[in-house]
Design a binder for this molecule. Structure first.
Ligand code: PLP
Length: 232
């Protein structure tokens, strides 16, 4: 199958999962994840209707940025503080904020550029060891700190990456947990200019339909669209 055919298939499955869970298909955004794939392949996906592109490494995003048609870029991988300045103004959303220090740097660079940057807080699924994301018990404090200190950052919600599993159903409890935190977040009384919790980013090639059933508003899908990755 071509990229265009695979993309159409993923969009159809996304839309069906949205309808199944009682939502409008357009309320769930597909971010096409392009790590390891060339600019030409990304442009094929854009020509076929991809509107949002996700990269997980800054260096790779910058290498491709000028060779890819205008599109909404998302940074979905771990971000080091010293790389923040390179992506401000290029990405519409940073999905992987896991510290106040990182948020402060995003704020500082956004202010310098005269911009407000949308971010998600990455939570570490409560039930398992993992390298990235914050403990869910720290979510409220971190959100409050960011909202208080960062006038040029807008907290838009949560991102999570459940542990790899062969069966997509194994991810469901993690998605449920993230969805329940997201609902809790919506009840927090924080200033609207800096806090609009309307994005729940979860679900990848193996489990995006389950994620949508549990409330994802963004799914991040790579290999189902672009094929397997060859890491350099
Ligand atoms: C690579 C990646 C994805 C997409 O993974 P696939 O299994 O290829 O769909 C989603 N989210 C993040 C953070 C990634 O790094």
């Amino acid at each position: 199958m071509t990229i265009s055919e695979r993309l159409a298939d993923v969009i159809r499955r996304k839309d069906e999962a949205a309808v199944r869970s009682g939502r409008n298909p357009e309320d769930v955004t597909l971010v096409a994840v392009t790590k390891t794939h060339a600019a030409e392949e990304i442009n094929q996906a854009i020509a076929a209707g991809a509107t949002d592109i996700g990269e997980n490494r800054v260096q790779e995003l910058l290498e491709k940025y000028d060779r890819v048609e205008p599109v909404r870029w998302h940074l979905i991988g771990h971000l080091q503080t010293n790389k923040v300045k390179n992506v401000i103004g290029k990405v519409v959303m940073i999905h992987s904020v896991d510290s106040a220090k990182l948020a402060r740097e995003i704020n500082k660079r956004s202010e310098a550029a005269g911009l407000v940057t949308d971010i998600l807080i990455e939570i570490n699924s409560a039930m398992e060891e993992s390298k990235s994301g914050i403990d869910s018990k720290d979510l409220k404090q971190l959100t409050e700190d960011i909202v208080k200190e960062c006038a040029n950052v807008r907290v838009r919600g949560l991102m999570c990456i459940p542990p790899m599993a062969a069966d997509p159903e194994d991810a469901r409890p993690y998605f449920k947990e993230a969805a329940s935190l997201f609902e809790e977040m919506k009840t927090w009384d924080l200033p609207k200019e800096r806090f609009i919790p309307d994005v729940l980013s979860m679900g990848m090639s193996g489990d995006f339909e389950v994620a949508i059933e549990e409330g994802a508003t963004i799914v991040r899908v790579g290999s189902s669209i672009f094929g397997p990755r060859n890491y350099r």
